[in-house]
Design a protein around this ligand. Structure first.
Ligand SMILES: [Zn+2]
Ligand SMILES: [Zn+2]
Length: 247
């Protein structure tokens, strides 16, 4: 496989972040979708991405801003699909997706039958290693969030190319993964240094902890932002819908 282009998709009017919870997801190599936020169909449409090209979906945890898009994604694509779709996520991923879809459309909706026959569900735990494509492996690692949450390291030819750090506070598994000195890190930057209670990463974590491990060769991309902001760190950039990272 040659270079992989990863596309970040964030909801907003033309990519601007206004108010409310900014949902986010990203697509890797045109076929692997990471996160299923409620607005996923609109976000895919904004970037002219055909949902039928997606064959693998990773959900980091079961908060609504990461999984409530499941029924709409399924409704808009299941009828045309004969092929299987692979869902990767924490323990209970199948039960969660089925329950949300049932709550949205009712037990008799054909999406549920489709999920039973065409959905492949893979549950991950800390250090799970999954071959996503031939020669391309993801190692999953546990984060520190209010519910079970995972990030992953994308490994090709035994080298860490890219790391995704979903909703979390700073924790040992982040430090451990960063010691592999990945080239690119996409991370939850929903936190602000002056938040009354820290629940997400902020620029203080990148400046004081991450950079001291990776040095200056690792590029950081902030996502899951609560407002438009400008980075004060050279190695950190905040991303908007349509932003592309070539890894
Ligand atoms: Zn969360
Ligand atoms: Zn979130």
């Amino acid at each position: 496989m040659q270079g992989i282009t990863m596309q970040i998709i964030i909801l907003g009017n033309g990519g601007a972040i206004n108010s409310g919870l900014p949902y986010n997801a990203f697509l890797l190599n045109g076929s692997l979708l990471c996160e299923l936020p409620p607005d996923i169909m609109r976000s895919l449409g904004d970037q002219n991405i055909n949902p039928l090209a997606i064959d693998t979906i990773f959900v980091s945890h079961f908060h609504g801003d990461h999984i409530f898009g499941a029924p709409f994604f399924l409704l808009n694509s299941f009828m045309e699909r004969e092929k299987q779709v692979r869902f990767i996520g924490p323990a209970g991923i199948k039960e969660h997706i089925v329950a949300i879809t049932r709550a949205a459309f009712g037990q008799s909706n054909p999406c549920l039958e489709w999920l039973e026959t065409n959905g492949i569900f893979e549950e991950i735990s800390h250090n799970s290693l999954i071959e996503i494509y031939p020669g391309v492996r993801f190692r999953f690692f546990r984060l520190n969030h209010s519910v079970e949450t995972y990030g992953f390291e994308y490994i090709k030819n035994d080298k860490a190319r890219f790391v995704y750090i979903a909703d979390t506070l700073w924790c040992d598994s982040i430090a451990e993964i960063l010691r592999h000195k990945p080239r690119h890190v996409l991370l939850d930057m929903n936190g602000e240094p002056d938040d009354p209670e820290q629940k997400h990463l902020s620029e203080t974590d990148v400046r004081q902890k991450a950079l001291s491990i990776t040095g200056t060769n690792t590029k950081y991309y902030g996502t899951h932002l609560k407002k438009n902001k400008k980075s004060t760190i050279n190695q950190l950039e905040y991303v908007k819908a349509g932003f592309k990272i070539r890894i």
